[in-house]
Ligand binder design. Structure first.
Ligand SMILES: [Zn+2]
Ligand SMILES: [Zn+2]
Ligand SMILES: [Zn+2]
Ligand SMILES: [Zn+2]
Ligand SMILES: [Zn+2]
Ligand SMILES: [Zn+2]
Length: 514
């Protein structure tokens, strides 16, 4: 029995959403809802030595359930950014913008002038006694490098509550101190802010701590063009995993939505991928070390086979062998690699040469079906069929082979089959390896559903076979697509795909019912 949150009468009843607060009656629950709502989540913030603060599910979380929807604590231009409007953070052009009368920073129009978020740099610039004058609009502009840090430093002027939350965030300042990135940041931000804004308001240490907190906790938010950076307070306590249990989406306003593509059991730790789960392990680890300063030891990272997908493996140097080569030590991608069949070893630079060439060839390739097929034919000599480079090209091919419904109707039978087979193979691979990469999965399911539907249409034209099973399979994948993309805003391509998927789903349901 726990005391009712309102009257303290002992009770067994708890709020069914968060499972953490007790109420003696529906009345008392209703009465308290307004105050309780902001902290009512199906998880709690827990703490231990090893992980620091982290999030633990307080009940079973159902598939597709939103676990957390959160507005940013602070947001601003990316550290390397072309001039953007300091109201809405969208890009601006030389001929098409206004200047804030108070500070001179460019804005896209009068509607962006009065936004609260601009107040930080606006007041600091006013105090400087001289307006800024931005003239170059073509590329990254050095003045913008410090702006998100300025917003963090002045967060308390608009909200003391936000300021104390910001203070709680990890900055890893002592780990960062002295690194090349830290030294570059010291010049472009730490020493730049006092000089440029002619202010003694902030100590160098205070500024560098804010820079660290931004880099460690910042998310790239693609709801503006170019993307901006934002920090989300509660979301910052989710653990990193390259096999996470939460997907991350953003709504139109740049609020983050963390949700569960699959069921999450009670007491499980909540996690997202801080890197890109579609990358191979060596690339993810390098990226995490550079940007977040830690070595990931998640389930996927400690398994060189990446759940038996051999996503990062190369084929044995001995062509006759047919085995796959992977690092000899799970935690050292820079040491020797060994064949799992014949045990032959090669040095890292042998592997590097192959992977570098394979990566560069993708970058410089004009993205056409012919080039994609040529790439696969060439690199299958060195890379297994599920390798991340091969998979990247297959994703490309699935999208390029019949880019829309019109092309789908006339594409040659063999090409259609290719699209269908690659899509099927990739859905299977990524559902295993990256179950929370919902945009990749949703897109692949959409392509697979449409390829199956088109193939069925062709078969039905030529024979009297009942296509019902095939249509049901097509429906199965379009429903999956809707599930994966359901929180995608219509400012994104995936949001448009979601709309089409819903139309196709309803049409298929009708046809199957008849
Ligand atoms: Zn009560
Ligand atoms: Zn609750
Ligand atoms: Zn604007
Ligand atoms: Zn201003
Ligand atoms: Zn990992
Ligand atoms: Zn071998």
């Amino acid at each position: 029995m726990n005391p009712c949150h309102v009257c303290e009468k002992p009770t067994k009843n708890k709020c069914s959403n968060c499972n953490q607060v007790s109420y003696c009656s529906v009345q008392h629950q209703k009465q308290d809802w307004k105050t309780h709502k902001p902290s009512c989540h199906p998880f709690k913030i827990a703490h231990n030595e090893q992980l620091g603060r982290h999030l633990v599910a307080t009940r079973t979380i159902k598939p597709y359930e939103i676990v957390l929807k959160e507005a940013p604590l602070v947001r601003g231009p990316a550290q390397i950014s072309a001039p953007v409007c300091l109201g809405c953070l969208n890009g601006i052009e030389a001929e098409d913008h206004i200047e804030c009368e108070q500070c001179g920073w460019p804005l896209c129009g009068p509607e962006c002038k009065s936004l609260d978020e601009h107040k930080a740099e606006c007041s600091l610039t006013k105090d400087r006694g001289q307006k800024v004058n931005v003239q170059e609009f073509g590329g990254p502009h050095p003045l913008y490098t410090c702006l998100s840090t300025v917003r963090c430093l002045l967060i308390g002027e608009t909200s003391p509550e936000k300021a104390s939350k910001f203070q709680e965030l990890e900055s890893l300042e002592s780990t960062r101190r002295g690194s090349n990135q830290w030294k570059a940041d010291l010049v472009s931000i730490g020493q730049f802010i006092p000089k440029f804004f002619k202010t003694q308001k902030f100590s160098e240490e205070e500024i560098m701590k804010a820079v660290g907190a931004l880099q460690i906790n910042g998310h790239e938010v693609p709801t503006t063009d170019p993307s901006h950076v934002a920090v989300f307070y509660t979301a910052s306590f989710t653990e990193n995993s390259c096999l996470p249990n939460l997907a991350k989406s953003f709504n139109k306003n740049g609020h983050c939505i963390l949700w569960a593509p699959r069921e999450i059991k009670k007491n499980a730790h909540l996690s997202i991928c801080y890197s890109d789960a579609v990358w191979g392990t060596a690339d993810r680890q390098r990226h995490l070390m550079q940007t977040k300063l830690f070595r990931c030891a998640c389930e996927r990272c400690v398994d060189v086979t990446e759940l038996d997908t051999f996503y990062s493996a190369i084929k044995c140097e001995d062509r006759q062998c047919g085995g796959l080569m992977l690092p000899t030590k799970t935690d050292d991608w820079n040491g020797n690699w060994r064949c799992r069949e014949c045990h032959k070893q090669v040095q890292k630079h042998y592997v590097e040469r192959i992977l570098e060439r394979a990566g560069k060839d993708i970058q410089s390739m004009e993205k056409t079906v012919e080039n994609g097929l040529k790439y696969l034919k060439h690199y299958e000599k060195w890379l297994p069929p599920q390798h991340f480079h091969i998979s990247e090209i297959k994703i490309l091919l699935v999208q390029l082979l019949a880019k829309d419904q019109k092309e789908l109707m006339v594409i040659a039978d063999d090409k259609l089959l290719l699209k269908l087979n690659y899509a099927r193979e990739l859905v299977e691979l990524y559902e295993k390896l990256t179950p929370c990469e919902v945009r990749t999965l949703g897109t692949l399911c959409f392509e697979l559903h449409s390829a199956i539907a088109e193939q069925t249409r062709r078969v039905a034209l030529e024979t009297s076979l009942s296509p019902k099973d095939r249509l049901e399979e097509s429906l199965y994948y379009v429903e999956k697509c809707v599930n994966y993309l359901q929180y995608e805003s219509d400012i994104f391509i995936e949001g448009h795909m979601l709309k089409q998927a819903k139309i196709n789903r309803d049409a298929l349901r009708m046809v199957i019912r008849i």
